[in-house]
Design a protein around this ligand. Structure first.
Ligand SMILES: Cc1cc2nc3c(=O)[nH]c(=O)nc-3n(C[C@H](O)[C@H](O)[C@H](O)COP(=O)(O)OP(=O)(O)OC[C@H]3O[C@@H](n4cnc5c(N)ncnc54)[C@H](O)[C@@H]3O)c2cc1C
Length: 408
């Protein structure tokens, strides 16, 4: 049986590895010159960088398992830190290495700028959420949900708002409360302490998965056609024809707007949210207190310290910053960072359609399509999560498992 996987992002990689490991003759088509899709390495001015900062959590179990499967060792590839949220206004929430849920309770109790009333109210609210397994009676926006829960104090501005934007790439005003609750369920609400750990890559995105997966797939004999954009797919009685070539089945692992051009029946009119990364090279002595800091600026959000004085400022979701050109954005961020020197090198990378906008009651397609030989994969098909690497990997694996056990 020959199976085509269309799209070599993390979903397509996961699908191709799963199929190949099961002995299926698999061909991966990827329009770009490298694997990785929206989480890939880029080479700029002779530097190897990432198209955007990707933060993983200990809860990304299938992603970590996939890395191990293709010979990449997460222990070597990440710096693992118990969750800390620190900002430049003095807020700090640091989880100790205590078993869950004591770690979250202790982190909340010892957060210095939050008063006792708010801590008690938040602990009570979190307990209630756990009892209801983080299932909301109906979906609404994160802002309305937090208002109704009385989460209107320090934690709203310094913890929940920034976490929502980081995890859903959609501001709390518009984001889905149920998707945010799902993220909390699998991180702060998880019974495994390790699930809340921040995994900060020590290497570029390509080295985390796309490159080891590519080597592994090559060694296993899978065919990878890079720089090959599929233009059409046609189902017929015996299978799926991909640009005129016959396959028994196909997995469409593109972003939703690309999947819709090949298989219009899958089309859902998503809104998208951008992410921009502003790289600023300062002198080597400039380091942030923690590798990930929340910059509560007018524009800047999270700052990732990439080492050797290279800071990556992340601007997630729609905002006023979109109207600034690259030079104005760089200047604004240099001011907000307040580093006592100008950056010696700067680069702005704008991903205009970084993720779908994670709105309440968002329609999400299922993996199966109206054709039993065609399956959908990609972050948008993993309905339990917003757009994440873990959702992408899980969706790819699920699609492959369905294709391996044919129903035709
Ligand atoms: C800047 C940025 C920061 C992010 N930060 C995080 C983070 O911190 N944590 C996190 O978990 N997630 C993060 N995400 C989200 C994460 O990157 C995505 O959820 C994930 O990469 C989606 O993978 P995918 O395989 O579903 O889709 P994609 O990565 O979009 O892969 C689809 C692939 O299909 C290819 N393709 C499209 N059409 C065709 C065609 N016709 N023929 C052949 N190939 C085709 C594309 O070239 C692409 O490579 C971030 C995203 C961005 C952009």
């Amino acid at each position: 049986m020959r199976v085509a996987v269309i799209g070599g992002g993390w979903a397509g990689i996961a699908a191709t590895v799963e199929l190949t490991a099961a002995g299926v003759d698999t061909t991966l088509f990827e329009a770009g010159r490298v694997l990785g899709g929206r989480a890939r390495s880029v080479s700029i001015d002779g530097r190897d960088l990432d198209n955007g900062q990707h933060i993983l959590l200990g809860a990304y179990r299938e992603t970590l398992a996939l890395m191990r499967r293709v010979g990449a060792d997460p222990e070597q590839l990440f710096d693992r830190h118990p969750l800390q949220v620190i900002d430049n206004a003095g807020f700090r929430l640091a989880l100790p290495k205590l078993p869950a849920p004591l770690n979250v309770a202790w982190g909340l109790l010892t957060s210095p700028t939050v008063d006792w009333r708010e801590k008690a109210k938040t602990a009570w609210w979190m307990e209630g959420l756990k009892r209801r397994r983080f299932q909301l009676p109906h979906d609404t926006t994160v802002a309305r949900w937090l208002d109704a829960a009385g989460q209107t104090g320090i934690l709203r501005r310094h913890l929940w708002g920034p976490l929502c934007l980081a995890a859903l790439n959609t501001s709390a005003e518009y984001a889905s409360a149920q998707l945010f609750a799902n993220v909390l369920r699998d991180s702060l609400g998880s019974p495994r302490r390790e699930d809340t750990d921040l995994l900060l890559p020590r290497v570029n995105l390509g080295e985390l998965l796309p490159e080891p997966a590519s080597r592994w797939l090559h060694a296993q004999g899978a065919e990878m056609r890079l720089g090959t954009r599929v233009l059409n797919i046609h189902p017929d009685a015996d299978g799926i024809t991909v640009d005129g070539e016959a396959f028994a089945a196909a997995i469409l692992a593109c972003a939703p707007q690309h999947a819709a051009t090949l298989w219009p029946a899958s089309a859902i009119a998503y809104d998208f949210e951008p992410i921009t990364t502003v790289y600023l090279q300062f002198g080597r002595q400039n380091q942030t207190p923690f590798p990930l800091t929340n910059l509560l600026g007018k524009f800047g959000q999270w700052v990732v310290d990439r080492g050797n004085g290279l800071l990556a400022c992340v601007l997630s979701g729609h905002g006023d910053w979109e109207s600034l050109d690259d030079n104005a954005l760089v200047m604004a961020l240099e001011n907000e960072l307040a580093v006592p020197e100008k950056a010696s090198w700067r680069k702005v990378i704008r991903e205009k359609r970084a993720t779908f906008s994670a709105r309440p009651d968002l329609p999400r397609p299922v993996c199966r399509t109206s054709n039993p030989r065609l399956f959908l994969a990609g972050d948008y098909t993993w309905a339990d999560y917003p757009a994440t690497l873990e959702g992408a990997v899980r969706s790819g694996r699920r699609a492959a498992q369905l294709a391996i056990k044919p129903a035709w």
